[in-house]
Design a protein around this ligand. Structure first.
Ligand code: PEP
Ligand code: MN
Length: 345
């Protein structure tokens, strides 16, 4: 249930409303927007049936939430989109943010080179996997702790915030100590132990859609993280498995506007894992941004031909730069700006 407070609600009245709800055994979450304040009630709504809510001072209206997800539901937030701050920028604001970098962290030198190149082209985050979930146990699975050390170093040298994947609940705190944002990959979207663990950390989470997950499953996975106290979740559409074999995955474009209607969480797209081919990355990115995505996650490599993973879908620096220039018009058409560094900066 959500309780919408009157415009002139006082702090004491808000406290009193929360006390009444909590005394009935539910938890509350207050969301203050520019024009309204909402008190979300989490738990068994039937326990509130005996309270004449509308007679409590400060209450304007009361609405049941019939969705299986509560905290992630759009009605639960006073704002249309929740801002998830990473470094100096926020997902869900006026600017469309781009995270870019290689699939895997391969060396300090290549991460530094990539960080500088993508920042110059307008990326606001550097991505790179230190722990890699590989379909084959014989494939390169990341530099692990050495990769984290490299990410920390590049982060401090370039000033770019960093996002990396966490695979194991036992590593979550350690990974969070080195980076600004934790990625949960497609293969782990329903790893509930991992979701609960990152839910206890105060680090933004990039939650990628499971390759066979419905959008409802994705929102329930976000709910796991949020219900543990971490509300900083960004959802990522990265393509799903279908009968189509021509692209690596099938990019679900409709997922973007659907999620934007259904949740207040920011939504980004990963065109690289969706298409699986370098020449599909720009068109998928343009479509995603035009459809309202709050950002993108793009694989970029200094020399894709020698990449240890996902070289065929990684852009060169020049290709990424070109795509970012062309992306600006699509962002503007969707009423957004594209973060671009000042010339000469
Ligand atoms: C990745 O970002 O490199 C990755 C493994 O992504 P996904 O989990 O979407 O396959
Ligand atoms: Mn990859």
């Amino acid at each position: 249930m959500i309780i919408v407070a009157r415009k002139d609600v006082t702090a004491d009245q808000l406290d009193h409303i929360r006390e009444r709800v909590e005394a009935a055994g539910l938890r509350t979450h207050v969301s203050r927007g520019e024009t309204r304040t909402i008190i979300g009630c989490i738990g068994d709504e039937a326990r509130l049936a005996h309270i004449p809510m509308l007679s409590i001072p400060g209450v304007r209206s009361v609405h049941p939430i019939m969705r299986p997800y509560k905290l992630a539901a759009r009605d639960f937030s006073a704002d249309r989109t929740t801002k998830v701050q990473v470094g100096d920028h926020a997902f869900g604001g006026a600017a469309c943010l781009v995270a870019a970098g290689p699939c895997s962290v391969e060396s300090q030198e290549m991460m530094l080179q990539t960080g500088r190149a993508v920042a110059g082209a307008g990326a606001t985050l550097l991505r790179g996997g230190a722990f890699k979930p590989r379909t084959s146990p014989y494939s390169f699975d990341g530099l692990k702790d050495e990769g984290l050390r490299i990410l920390s170093k590049v982060r401090s040298e370039t000033g770019l915030p960093v996002v990396t994947e966490v695979l194991d609940p036992r590593h979550a705190e350690r990974v969070a100590g080195h980076v600004d944002m934790l990625q949960i990959g497609t293969r782990n979207m329903q790893n509930f132990a991992l979701l609960k663990e990152v839910g206890q950390l105060q680090r933004p989470v990039l939650l990628k859609r499971g390759m066979a997950a419905s959008l409802k499953d994705l929102l329930l996975a976000a709910e796991y993280v949020m219900s543990r106290g971490n509300m900083q979740v960004v959802l990522c559409e990265r393509g799903i498995r279908t009968f189509g074999a021509e692209t690596r995955n099938t990019f679900d474009l409709a997922a973007i506007p659907w999620l934007k209607l259904e949740t207040h969480l920011p939504v980004v797209a990963d065109p690289s894992h969706a298409g699986g081919r370098r020449d599909l990355v720009a068109p998928i990115s343009f479509a995603a941004v035009a459809a309202g995505a709050d950002g993108l996650v793009v694989e970029v490599h200094p020399d894709p031909e020698t990449a240890l993973s996902d070289g065929e879908q990684s852009l060169t620096f020049a290709e990424f730069n070109g795509m970012m220039s062309d992306l600006k018009a699509f962002a503007e058409a969707a009423g957004r700006t594209l973060h671009r560094p000042q010339a000469g900066a």
